[in-house]
Design a protein around this ligand. Structure first.
Ligand SMILES: [Zn+2]
Length: 394
């Protein structure tokens, strides 16, 4: 029995192309896609008006949106997820970076408890950006590898899907191995690692690099004429390791994304926002809990806006949303549309092992977005469904 039929659409299968003009949902799952425009039964029928329909976007690295931060309070965590569907995001890994320590275990438990109250999007789990990082940046924690602490943090955080680590953190290999055993995907980031350290991390089970190139400083030149090589080249050379990018045009140059696509193919590249306070709102000045205000730009980076700070004007997060990120990639990469869409849907789903997310196969969760294309080429969500339930209408 169909619950929802969306007719008159271009249903885009990531990686494949348009596969039909009518999509039927039953019990929260995709029942079938066809070219028939004749819905049967008592279902809700939506005329898609000839619009593009894709799977919902999946953001695997984001700290907040609007005036909300995921790690600021259980209430903010829930409210933050409520605004995601208007940007086409239906699955998210709320990303935490300063609360993975023994003093915060009780607080982590309370954040974890809030996940049960989230109902506008799906939360496969948290992304913990730290604490076993080698380079600080953005307030992240830098402590040596400690499987005992890791177990306590994972127990408190409950649902965890990814943890960012650095290959050059002391004693990191047992941490990576424990993450793999726990079915948590280890991401590499915030690193100045050597070739050897990066190879060891990859061999231990790390298989993705997050906000790639950012906080991956260029290694020092040891001999004029010999180009230094480090984590970036080692990750580009490993076909089993995927990468993701903050696609705002400032955190990473579009040419560097093209280089990664050439090295890895479209399946090996993922879009993230790394979004923070102010994302999704008009550019402006926002107070933060970090001791300084930030000035955001439309879909671009946020910068420290405290004229008295030595860090005045430096990068302090991203204001990107997933819909704008996809729009940027469509302009920057000379790729078929279905391959670009995969970077925000299919690729993150497969990276996290989410078999029923990220594409439109029969039986997949009906996390769907109907898109309006603006005259300037921007995409905005017209309607968003999570598990077959409409969670946003423009
Ligand atoms: Zn981050």
């Amino acid at each position: 029995m169909a619950d929802l039929v969306i007719t008159n659409i271009l249903a885009l299968q990531p990686g494949e192309g348009v596969i039909g003009t009518c999509l039927t949902v039953s019990a929260g799952k995709i029942a079938y896609i066809s070219d028939s425009q004749d819905p049967i039964g008592q279902a809700d029928v939506i005329d898609g008006g000839g619009r593009l329909l894709t799977p919902g976007l999946i953001d695997i690295h984001t700290h907040g949106l609007h005036t909300f931060l995921y790690e600021e309070s259980p209430e903010q965590l829930v409210r933050c997820t409520e605004v995601l569907p208007r940007y086409g995001t239906t699955n998210v890994l709320p990303t935490l970076y300063t609360v993975m320590n023994r003093k915060s275990l009780k607080y982590l438990e309370s954040l974890s408890g809030a996940l049960d109250s989230v109902d506008h999007v799906c939360v496969p789990g948290f992304h913990l950006e730290g604490p076993f990082l080698a380079l600080a940046g953005a307030g992240a924690e830098t402590v040596p590898g400690d499987v005992g602490l890791l177990k306590e943090v994972l127990a408190a955080a409950g649902r965890v899907k990814a943890m960012s680590i650095s290959p050059d953190t002391p004693n990191i290999l047992p941490v990576i191995e424990h993450l793999c055993e726990s079915k948590i995907v280890p991401f590499i980031t915030h690193t100045h690692a050597s070739v050897e350290q990066t190879v060891a991390a990859l061999e231990a089970g790390a298989r993705h690099a997050t906000h790639f190139y950012d906080v991956f400083p260029v290694p020092d030149e040891t001999e004029p004429g010999a180009r230094p090589v480090g984590a970036v080249e080692t990750i580009l050379a490993d076909s089993g390791c995927s990468v993701d990018f903050i696609c705002d045009g400032v955190h990473v140059h579009p040419m560097a994304i093209r280089a990664a696509v050439a090295a890895k193919g479209w399946r090996g590249v993922v879009l993230i926002t790394d979004s923070n306070i102010g994302a999704g709102l008009p550019a402006g000045r926002f107070e933060t809990p970090w001791g300084f205000p930030v000035r955001t730009s439309d879909d671009g980076p946020a910068r420290n806006d405290d004229p008295g700070s030595p860090m005045y004007g430096t990068l302090a997060g991203s204001s990107l949303t997933m819909d704008s990120g996809i729009g940027n990639l469509r302009r920057w990469l000379n790729l078929p549309d279905e391959q670009v869409w995969a970077m925000g849907t299919l690729n993150p789903a497969r990276l996290l092992g989410l078999k029923n997310k990220g594409d439109l196969h029969t039986g997949a969760d009906a996390d769907l977005v109907l898109w309006d294309e603006q005259p300037d080429g921007r995409l905005v969500a017209n309607r968003t469904w999570t598990g077959g339930r409409c969670v946003f209408t423009r």
